[in-house]
Structures are given as C-alpha cells and as structure tokens.
Design a protein around this ligand. Structure first.
Ligand code: COA
Ligand code: MG
Length: 304
C-alpha cells in the first residue's frame, strides 16, 4: 500500500498549484475537480489536470484525482475524460459523497471498460469519501464493495452539514470543538470509519483542518486521528505538510520501544515463556502485534 500520511488537495483549475504540490513533501497529491473548483471552471480544470499529469513526472507521488459526485452533471464525464487521457498515471479516483456500494460499482465498471479498451494491466484504485449520514450508515458495505477500494476518507465538513451539526469554526474538527461538546465531537464517526477500513485491510484517512494558520490546532487534530488508527490526513495548504507528516511518522522513542518489545519477546519465546516485563510494563502477544505494526511502518518509511 502506498504512503498517504499527507494527501494534499489541489484545486484542479489552478495549474501553478499542481507544480507546487508535485515538488512538495506530501506523500499523495489529490488533483481536485469537486468542491474547490467553481462550476464554470469544471471543464477547464479537467484539461489542466490532464495536462499536468501527462507533462510532469509523478512517479514519486501517490496520485489521486477527485471527481465530482455522481448526482452532478459532471461526475461521469470526469471519469471518462480524465481516466481515458491520464489513467495510466493515476493511482486512485476519489469518489466524494458516497452513499452506498452502487456508487462504487458504477465507477468501477467504468474503470473496467476504460482499462480494457486501453489494454492497461494495472488496476486503478478507488478512495471512498464518507461524508454523508447515508454513507456512514453503509460504510462497511462500501468498504467491502470492490477490491479497487484502497482507502476510506472522512469528510467532516460535508458530514456535519449532512447531519445538521452546529458550525463552530471553519476548520473542520479540532478547532473550538471543546467549547460546545465535552470530549471529541467526531469520535464516533471517525472510529466507525476506521473499524470498517481496518476490517478490510484498507487505509483510513482523516479530513483536513481548515485553519492553515494554526499549526498547534493542526498538530492536535492529526495526533487525535493517529491515536484513533488513521494512517494519514488530508491537507489543504503546503504549510500543513510537515506537521502532518510528523504526526504520522513514528518517533525515535516509539521505534526504540518497539525494538525492545520485539527483542524481549524473542528471548521469552526461546525460553518457553509467554508474557514478560519490559521497562516495568507487561508485554504479551497483543503488545507484540502493536510493536510489529509500528516496526513495519517505520521500515516502510526507511527509519529502521
Ligand atoms: N496546493 C498547492 N499549492 C498551494 C495550495 C495547495 N492546496 N494552497 C496554497 N498553495 C500555494 C499558493 O499558490 C502559494 O504559492 P506561491 O507562494 O508560489 O504563490 C503558496 O502556496 C502560499 O499560499 P497562500 O498565499 O498562503 O494561500 P492562498 O491564500 O493562495 O490560498 C487556500 C489559500 C485555502 C485558498 C488554498 O490553500 C487552497 O485553495 N487550498 C486547497 C483547497 C481545497 O483543495 N479544498 C478542497 C478539499 S477539502
Ligand atoms: Mg466534501
């Protein structure tokens, strides 16, 4: 699975931002045709995205493009035009406002047709954006609906609108939330999405934090997502990339601790023991699984 600690959303119609994104440290770049693009610029944005994808070298990035939802006049044509022209460079299509598996089936069948006609061997993935009440209700069926699905993404702003939640800030979750709700207002939705994702071995990606001049709030928001099992977070501004990359990168302390757990476990097994003590804490099979996951993640990032 490709890295997605940071997924930088880039408005499709602003081509200079495509280059900025390509040269950034974001793991993934999502060229957007949906909500960051004005209605009158949808067609122009498609051409600009195609042009950027074909004329630059994107091999270092996870490349995503977000189509318009299927209940708009743009969605089907976004897939047809962008995938036919540049699908060989795209890792996955992000489908916004997914409500049910039908939405995934429709996009997947269109991708089947294009891949067959182009004789491509690689399969383009799908990222399902869960941002409606109906989508959350069907999240497990959506996660299981196609082997093309790589990730589930939480879209907090549209989800808030969908359930009629009070608008407290423009930043998505994290900012000023504690003023109106004790605890974490999006805990249920976020955990529900992680559970559905991980049950299918998919990545879970958190919504962006809109206040791009608030690194402390962003750090808190990313740390909470990471603590809940998320693999990464969307960002909407280059200044957010380093903060979020760091939040989703295991620290040296975490890696060292995982190393001690794995070594102690190996020794315990060789002596026929089960649970053992490390740093005054009990370590058993469950702790070993956690340590192995962290080690695997650190290895993928070249840290061990
Ligand atoms: N991707 C790539 N480059 C970006 C960027 C993005 N998402 N957001 C800003 N930049 C670039 C700007 O072009 C500018 O480049 P320059 O210095 O070469 O001129 C630089 O980063 C600094 O930008 P800044 O002036 O601080 O921001 P802004 O006022 O131009 O834009 C936003 C602010 C929020 C409008 C802009 O960041 C944006 O459009 N973000 C994406 C929104 C989006 O995708 N929404 C949908 C997903 S939820
Ligand atoms: Mg949305």
């Amino acid at each position: 699975m490709k890295l997605r600690r940071t997924v930088l959303s880039v408005p499709g119609h602003i081509q200079k931002m495509h280059d900025k994104a390509l040269n950034s440290d974001a793991d993934a770049v999502m060229l957007d045709l949906e909500d960051s693009v004005p209605f009158d610029s949808k067609t122009d944005a498609r051409s600009r995205i195609i042009q950027s994808l074909l004329s630059r070298n994107w091999t270092e990035k996870t490349v995503l493009f977000r189509m318009n939802s299927l209940d708009t006049p743009f969605g089907y044509r976004d897939i047809l035009e962008v995938i036919e022209a540049a699908g060989h460079v795209i890792d996955a299509v992000v489908i916004p406002k997914i409500n049910a598996p039908d939405d995934v089936h429709f996009v997947s069948r269109m991708l089947d047709g294009i891949e067959l006609s182009k004789r491509w061997n690689r399969r383009i993935g799908i990222e399902a954006s869960i941002e409606t009440a109906t989508g959350l209700e069907h999240v497990s069926e959506i996660a299981a609906s196609s082997s093309r699905i790589h990730t589930l993404v939480f879209g907090v702003a549209d989800y808030s609108a969908s359930i009629g939640a009070r608008l407290i800030s423009l930043s998505g979750h994290g900012e000023k939330e504690s003023e109106i709700y004790p605890g974490h207002r999006w805990h249920f939705a976020m955990s529900r999405i992680v559970m559905a994702a991980k049950a299918r071995n998919l990545q879970a990606i958190d919504a962006p934090y809109g206040n791009f001049r608030d690194p402390e709030g962003l750090t808190r928001s990313a740390a909470m997502a990471c603590a809940l099992g998320y693999d990464g977070k969307w960002v909407i501004h280059p200044d957010q990339i380093n903060v979020v990359n760091l939040a989703f990168t295991p620290s040296k302390e975490d890696i060292d601790r995982a190393g001690r757990v794995l070594t102690a476990h190996k020794e315990a097994v060789s002596k026929g023991l089960g649970a053992v003590a490390v740093d005054g804490r009990m370590v058993d099979q469950a702790s070993v699984r956690l340590a192995e996951q962290l080690w695997e993640n650190a290895t993928r990032l070249g840290l061990v």
